[in-house]
Design a protein around this ligand. Structure first.
Ligand code: PLP
Length: 382
């Protein structure tokens, strides 16, 4: 800390300079986050000083969080879901597995996750002392059910399905995983950190609702993670963790004798009510119709991007299921660095290695067209 104080203008000027070093989202095709909706920013500012870690002091904010959980429960087909607003998918996955581990008596517990699982599962394996066993993917880059089944043993406490994989945007066969989980008597956690605010709003290919099943409508699903700070248009940090009923959450309870409540089930102690308020505001403001419009536009751009890539003879590893695309280019790392020289931030997948693109709401059609032109040239010259 400097010894001398600075005046407001000087601080503002330094902050502005440093902010200008950040990459604006417009040319970013690697991130699953985007600009938050203005109404979320407004609510965030209003609730910035609130602490949901001590909810007795913030009765109104606590009610907002309960309403956000109710809204997410309704979206994911379980109005009775219990949970809380986390800092994101990582914390949600940690706490889901934490509850599952606590529910079981095994001394050397393991969980089965798809090879495509987010690296948060590596973190939580380490933290929770869980052996994280990785199941192979099939040719569609969904988890292979035979591989999952072969990894289950007497110490398996839970299995995980991904609804919207980070690298491929694929949806695992959650109904089949649910049948397997129920037949083996283990928990099933669905990581819909990204897909939770995409899948329910996908254009209706077959009838009235989205054709993909992934949530509590499937009986074996015991918990689900979905992040308002990704396609939910809320502020960072806001994640959502939902359990089928209260019994799971209570397994995370610790006594909090000197607070306004007697127990806490959350990972962090002090936690921002601004996250809940922002999610509340944007959910209420956009409603289903608003999200359908945003997701519909992202999907249109994704399809157009893939069609243009095909004109350059670049094919996707799978036809896009959501607004995440993995393109099969001869040298993905080289293409990534060449695109960076042209001002585009993209990423690569692990296995199979491909160029990974996320078509977030901040990508304009004009930029998508410029990007695909650059991509075509980069691949031709590579
Ligand atoms: N799960 C999935 C499927 C994700 O795609 C991500 C992040 O991209 C996470 C979990 C982790 O989310 P966070 O970075 O918000 O902790």
């Amino acid at each position: 800390m400097n010894r001398d104080c600075m005046d407001e203008k000087a601080i503002e000027s330094i902050l502005n300079d440093l902010k200008s070093e950040d990459t604006p989202y417009e040319r970013v095709l690697s991130s699953m986050c985007t600009y938050p909706h203005p109404i979320a920013v407004k609510a965030c500012t209003q609730f910035i000083g609130t602490n949901l870690g001590d909810p007795g002091l913030f009765a109104g904010t606590a009610e907002i969080e309960r309403e956000v959980v109710r809204m997410m429960g309704a979206l994911f087909n379980n109005p009775d879901a219990h949970g809380y607003i986390t800092t994101g998918g990582t914390e949600s996955n940690i706490q889901a597995m934490h509850a599952i581990r606590n529910a079981c008596k095994n001394t050397a517990p393991n969980i089965i996750v798809p090879e495509s699982a987010h690296f948060s599962f590596d973190k939580l394996g380490d933290l929770l002392g869980l052996d994280v066993r990785k199941a192979d993917l099939d040719s569609d880059l969904k988890v292979d059910l035979g591989s999952v089944e072969s990894l289950i043993n007497k110490d398996t406490v839970g299995i995980v399905g991904i609804a919207g994989t980070t690298e491929f945007g694929q949806i695992d066969p959650i109904r089949e995983l649910s049948e397997l989980a129920m037949s083996k008597g283990v928990f099933l956690h669905v990581d819909a950190a990204f897909g939770g605010f995409v899948i329910p709003f996908l254009p209706k290919a077959h009838g009235h609702v989205s054709e993909f099943e992934f949530d509590f409508a499937i009986p074996g699903v015991t918990s689900l993670a979905s992040d308002p700070h990704k396609m939910g248009f809320s502020v960072i940090p806001s994640g959502g963790l939902l359990f089928r009923d209260h019994s799971y959450l209570s397994r995370l309870s610790v006594d909090t004798p000197y607070l306004t409540v007697t127990s806490q089930q959350t990972l962090t102690g002090t936690r921002s009510g601004a996250s809940a308020a922002a999610a509340y505001a944007v959910f209420k403001y956009l409603g289903r119709a608003g999200y359908e419009k945003i997701v519909g536009r992202c999907m249109e751009l994704t399809r157009e991007l893939v069609a243009r890539a095909r004109e350059f003879n670049i094919k996707p590893l799978i036809d896009p299921v959501m607004n995440v695309v993995a393109l099969d280019v001869p040298d993905a790392d080289l293409a990534r660095s060449e695109l960076k020289k042209r001002g585009w931030i993209v990423s690569t997948t692990r296995e199979p290695r491909a160029l990974r693109l996320v078509v977030m709401p901040h990508l304009t059609r004009e930029n998508m067209l410029m990007f695909t032109d650059d991509l075509g040239e980069v691949v031709k010259n590579g």
